[in-house]
Design a binder for this molecule. Structure first.
Ligand SMILES: Nc1ncnc2c1ncn2[C@@H]1O[C@H](C[S@+](CC[C@H]([NH3+])C(=O)[O-])CC(=O)[O-])[C@@H](O)[C@H]1O
Length: 326
């Protein structure tokens, strides 16, 4: 294992807890998720992580943003090294991050999503949290900022895992980890988490019911699911399954109406599923930046009508639902 991506403290804290059943599988899953033979660019990303200098990070704000600073001024050369190592991991999709003078203006304003979600949650203080499909872990940091006891993010994309560790390098040993695995890697019926997040994942799943059931099995009885996904305007029973692409994405499966999604949650055994936020994604929230230079939402919409995607589907509308495990 790379010395700046070290899960040994996490593995130790899992011993003797409800997470212990995962310990028999996890070391191998981690190794497979960070296997240089599978991910050809990984060695370059790890070298960039290695190039980050050691600097004192004594001012950390995770409650209103993700901001890491030092109370003493850093030499210009150090600031430049930090900037250049972070830039080697472009594209940065989720953020923004402020790291020792480098402002990473990401494709997404993930802080805006957090502002819409947070007011509706059971308080995160002292909770053990799973964030499924957490990207580079932006929201995981914000969960720690709310006083979570432990946060485990999972995402199978190693670029995001390295981006996460670029922050962890500075923040140090805190109970937030991002594992290089997908939801499939979580053992069935763990029932270990107080809150499980699935944000921006359901519409990528070919079998949404299975996803909802897998999420429920991660929660302890009474634990809270936070589900954020693309929906359509429509009645109970209505669902869009785009045959081809949706907003230029080729891995989009089910976009239910809110009523339909609530009935799916009920069918899967959740208690009291409810819609807490509905938001049409704006081109201020998702757009190309210096840190993500590929096309983004403005190019994914119909140039004549921003209510439609480039393919003529309804433009992205996102719902946040919360529900409890029985
Ligand atoms: N099998 C899988 N298991 C878990 N995650 C997966 C899987 N397959 C892909 N992913 C990951 O799910 C994430 C979805 S992005 C949401 C990020 C954050 N939650 C956000 O709400 O901003 C959505 C979007 O931007 O379209 C990606 O990081 C994938 O690597």
């Amino acid at each position: 294992m790379h010395d700046r991506i070290d899960y040994s403290a996490l593995l130790r804290t899992m011993e003797g807890t409800k997470l212990a059943p995962w310990l028999t599988l996890l070391p191998e899953q981690i190794e497979a998720g960070l296997c240089p033979n599978r991910f050809g660019d990984l060695p370059d990303w790890l070298q960039a992580l290695e190039r980050l200098p050691e600097v004192e990070t004594d001012q950390v704000n995770l409650s209103t943003a993700v901001e890491l600073m030092s109370s003493s001024a850093l030499p210009a050369e150090t600031t430049r090294q930090i900037h250049d190592a972070l830039a080697a991991l472009i594209p940065w999709r989720k953020g923004p991050f402020h790291i020792h003078g480098t402002d990473i203006d990401t494709e997404w304003r993930s802080d805006w999503k957090w502002d819409r979600v947070l007011p509706h949650l059971a308080p995160l203080k002292n909770r053990t949290i799973l964030d499924v499909g957490c990207g580079n872990g932006y929201h995981c940091w914000r969960m720690l900022g709310e006083g979570a006891r432990q946060v485990i993010g999972i995402d199978p994309s190693p670029r995001f895992v390295v981006q996460f560790h670029m922050l962890k390098h500075f923040i140090g040993n805190v109970p937030v980890d991002l594992l290089p695995v997908g939801i499939e890697a979580v053992p069935a019926n763990l029932q270990a988490f107080d809150t499980t997040f699935s944000m921006g994942v359901l519409y990528h799943r070919r079998s949404p019911m299975d996803h909802l059931r897998e999420l429920k099995a991660t929660l302890r009885p009474g634990g809270q699911l936070v589900l954020e996904t693309l929906v359509i305007d429509g009645k109970l029973g209505e669902v869009l399954v785009p045959e081809d692409r949706y907003a230029k994405m080729n891995n989009v499966w089910f976009l239910p109406s809110c009523e339909t999604l609530i009935s799916w949650l009920r069918k899967c055994g959740y208690k009291n599923p409810r819609l807490v936020d509905l938001n049409k994604t704006s081109t201020d929230e998702q757009r190309s930046t210096e840190w993500m230079q590929f096309h983004s939402l403005p190019e994914f919409l119909d140039p004549e009508d921003s209510n439609l995607t480039a393919e003529g589907h309804p433009a992205p509308l996102r719902a946040v639902m919360v529900a409890e495990a029985p």
